[in-house]
Ligand binder design. Structure first.
Ligand code: KE4
Length: 430
């Protein structure tokens, strides 16, 4: 056994499935997960010393590349001043000021330690604040969107189109998901029907404006505009989950691309730069309901942790460099064009899409615009492609239903190597 196999076997003795997050176990693609020993720029190295061009980037955070010297130095300096205080710090104020400046739909923001925690807290806040603070119960989400693993979000569509959700995970009582309505992504008519039926009890509509957890699927402008109009009309709060799209598709997130102002924004990933920082924010009118000001409780031992915030602040500084997103977009476009060209030359039904520095690859004739179309893509071909690329030193997301991520460190050489590997891989998948 190589070191990855040895470590995976050993890990499974003391960690369920050998991993601390299920997607890392390679169960969707098969094979042995790679145990990463170190990373630098666009690369990481596994326990056997094999180098990979990394298109996961820790699922989005590593947008400036791995182990960027300015980020590492900021973390080292912060750590030398103490790891955590459980008391407010100036750095958290700097982070909050930076976030509300870059995401003007937010006047105030609360820092937490994960996207799950941010989304869960945002829903509780919406339920407490909606209807002029009288509180509401119903939550609307969309099939294929993921907002972390809070109980009310582990739900699959109800039997009937507009019936409330059923648990999608063991351990979640039906009473918890009975207030969650799961609709089809990009289906405006269902939204209209849902608000017609339940409008006065809908607290929150939560959406990934560009979905990245069913693979990449763009929200249509019409879908998101309908959502905005209906929430305003019925006094529901619109929450944009920008944990993945925030500072990834544009400096101002997807809301700046679509020109839509949500009531609550959920952030994570890039704002921590690889360390546990996430956030949720909105107008003062909404945020005043949050403890210690208001009646909606939320708390966290390591919220605003000074070392993690130092990592995030250094990352936020780097992404504001002139031309950062233009260059990131060009690299990502070069990648998807290169992959599509290689597939075309090999006669493989394949297409790719990208928004900012996140991309989707699909073994299908056209770019999917819905969950159903994603489910119709050729997963088996993807899995064969995944392993052919892995064998050639390119590490893609280990699932046909995840997006990929490019960093500022993915230079022409890395993109070129990736496309060259794909030329061979497409010939193999046939
Ligand atoms: P975390 O609790 O994993 O920090 O964030 C949850 C979350 C919330 N909202 C969106 C839009 C997200 O993409 C995520 C987490 N994304 C996954 C990637 N599919 C994290 C990877 C994993 O689960 O290991």
């Amino acid at each position: 056994m190589d070191r990855n196999e040895q470590l995976f076997s050993r890990a499974q003795q003391t960690i369920p499935g050998g991993v601390n997050s299920p997607v890392r176990a390679f169960r969707s693609v098969g094979g042995t997960p790679r145990f990463i020993a170190r990373a630098q720029g666009p690369h990481f190295w596994d326990a056997d010393g094999r180098r990979y061009i990394d298109y996961i980037g820790s699922w989005g955070p590593m947008i400036v590349g791995h182990a960027h010297p300015e980020v590492v130095r900021a973390v080292q300096e912060a750590a030398a001043r103490g790891l955590s205080y459980g008391a407010p710090t100036e750095a958290e104020v700097e982070m909050a000021e930076e976030l509300v400046r870059l995401v003007p739909s937010m006047q105030q923001v609360r820092l937490v330690s994960s996207g799950t925690e941010a989304a869960m807290s945002a829903i509780r806040l919406a339920r407490g604040a909606a209807g002029g603070g009288k509180g509401r119960r119903k939550l609307v989400k969309f099939e294929g969107c993921y907002h972390g693993h809070a109980d009310s979000l582990l739900v699959k569509a109800g039997s009937g189109l507009l019936t409330f959700g059923n648990p999608s995970s063991a351990g979640v009582p039906a009473e918890i998901t009975q207030h969650t309505l799961v609709l089809d992504y990009n289906d405006s008519q269902q939204l209209e029907d849902a608000f017609r039926q339940h409008g006065d009890d809908i607290a929150c509509v939560m959406v990934e404006p560009v979905a990245g957890n069913m693979n990449l699927v763009r929200g249509t402008p019409e879908f998101l505009q309908t959502m905005r109009r209906l929430c305003t009309q019925h006094g529901a709060l619109l929450a944009f989950d920008e944990v993945m799209t925030g500072f990834r598709v544009a400096l101002g997130g997807a809301q700046s691309v679509y020109g839509i102002t949500p009531d609550i924004t959920v952030l994570g990933k890039v704002i921590g730069g690889g360390m546990p920082v996430a956030a949720f924010g909105g107008s003062r009118e909404v945020m005043k309901h949050l403890a210690p000001l208001g009646a909606v409780y939320q708390a966290g031992t390591l919220s605003g942790n000074p070392v993690a915030v130092a990592c995030g602040l250094a990352t936020l500084r780097l992404i504001q460099a002139p031309g950062f997103y233009e260059r990131l977009g060009e690299s990502t476009q070069a990648l998807v064009d290169g992959l599509a060209g290689a597939a075309r030359d090999a006669g493989v039904a394949f297409c790719a899409d990208r928004v900012g520095g996140m991309f989707g690859i699909y073994f299908a004739g056209s770019v999917p615009a819905s969950y159903a179309q994603i489910m119709a893509t050729d997963k088996d071909r993807f899995n064969r492609f995944f392993h052919a690329m892995l064998d050639r030193g390119v590490y893609l997301a280990p699932s046909a239903y995840e997006a990929g991520f490019v960093s500022a460190a993915h230079d022409g050489a890395a993109i070129g190597e990736t496309v060259a590997a794909a030329r061979q891989a497409f010939d193999l998948v046939g």
